[in-house]
Design a protein around this ligand. Structure first.
Ligand SMILES: Cc1cc2nc3c(=O)[nH]c(=O)nc-3n(C[C@H](O)[C@H](O)[C@H](O)COP(=O)(O)OP(=O)(O)OC[C@H]3O[C@@H](n4cnc5c(N)ncnc54)[C@H](O)[C@@H]3O)c2cc1C
Length: 298
């Protein structure tokens, strides 16, 4: 399947199902795992020159990749760019590939408070900032001071957080590109209290979500009306409903689970079925939270 060649760590034909939490999806034409900011810049510059599209992948925890895979290059920071630097005064700099649970735990260990709510989100800092992930009333955009982006031509930009429009599960950046590093400022707080909060939030998750299953988390966004997508799906009878090997969790109707070797086609049929059921039962049009990669008809 894949080969690693030359200076840049790269794999041709990598199966994206192995790089997504739901475990679905075809191959990427090329996958690269940069080890430094300058490598990120170099790769983006050279891909731009030859006109090859580049996509950005974190932990693949909010992604449904189609069975036919994707053309072009997938750049993944999770493998080699997960360093964190702590400085006096509560400032923390994390590379884009840093996993959020690790980020939250290391902040707590360092006597910093504010990231505990994010400890159970299985994504990277870059992926989370790009869509303003959050939980239990906290979203990552609130904690960021600045965000470093490498644009599609390989140029570096440092954006102040106030120049990014963070909203519910979305972030509007004045520059498009990959989130390579993020600067945070956190409050000081006793470690033991931060760990207690992490434990409480993770217990809440275990009680309400299918912990350990192959899933991409919430399928649909909560509608603007304030209703919860999970509740609407449940009321429309979608809990446990199955298409092929994809099903809506019995525990949390908005979590789509890969219960076998599910295909993207199974997942898409289920998503459409859920959408139709909620439209019919409640007259609400659900919008996707999960990102779709590849060529889709819908
Ligand atoms: C069990 C489970 C629980 C979850 N709970 C929550 C929750 O409580 N709250 C919540 O908000 N989400 C939750 N999620 C969804 C998911 O974890 C988050 O959306 C997370 O922020 C996605 O990060 P990622 O690194 O996995 O991004 P990916 O899934 O890899 O990518 C998602 C999007 O971000 C882009 N992206 C990724 N990395 C970068 C980067 N460095 N620069 C620019 N763009 C990038 C991708 O191109 C893609 O468009 C959950 C998922 C699972 C599986």
């Amino acid at each position: 399947m894949g080969v690693t060649t030359g200076r840049v760590e790269e794999v041709y034909g990598a199966k994206l199902r192995d790089f997504t939490t739901v475990g679905i999806g075809g191959a990427a034409e090329r996958m690269v795992f940069p080890r430094s900011l300058s490598e990120v810049q170099e790769i983006l510059r050279s891909e731009r020159q030859i006109g090859r599209e580049v996509r950005f992948l974190g932990a693949g925890s909010n992604l449904l990749v189609n069975d036919g895979g994707v053309r072009g290059t997938v750049m993944c920071l999770k493998k080699n760019m997960g360093k964190m630097i702590f400085s006096p005064g509560g400032s923390v700099v994390a590379e884009g590939g840093t996993m959020l649970p690790r980020f939250a735990v290391l902040c707590a260990l360092s006597g910093l408070s504010g990231a505990e709510e994010l400890a159970g989100i299985p994504g990277t800092v870059g992926g989370a900032v790009s869509m303003n992930a959050g939980a239990y009333g906290r979203s990552i955009g609130e904690l960021a001071e600045w965000v470093e982006i490498v644009d599609t031509e390989g140029r570096l930009a440092r954006l102040e957080a106030r120049d990014i429009r963070f909203a519910y599960r979305e972030a509007d950046f004045p520059v498009r590109g990959i989130v390579s590093r993020v600067g945070f400022r956190l409050a000081f707080g006793p470690s033991d209290q931060a760990f207690d909060r992490i434990k409480t939030y993770n217990e809440k998750r275990r009680a309400s979500q299918p912990w350990g299953s192959r899933t991409f988390g919430s399928t649909f966004r909560n509608p603007r009306t304030g209703e919860k997508a999970a509740r609407l799906l449940e009321q429309a009878g979608m809990k446990g409903v199955r298409e092929g090997d994809a099903l809506f969790s019995e525990k949390h109707a908005n979590f789509l689970i890969n219960a076998g070797p599910a295909t993207a086609a199974d997942a898409l049929r289920l998503i459409e079925r859920g959408r139709k059921a909620v439209r019919a039962a409640a007259g609400v049009e659900l919008a996707l939270e999960v990102k779709l990669w590849g060529v889709f008809d819908a």
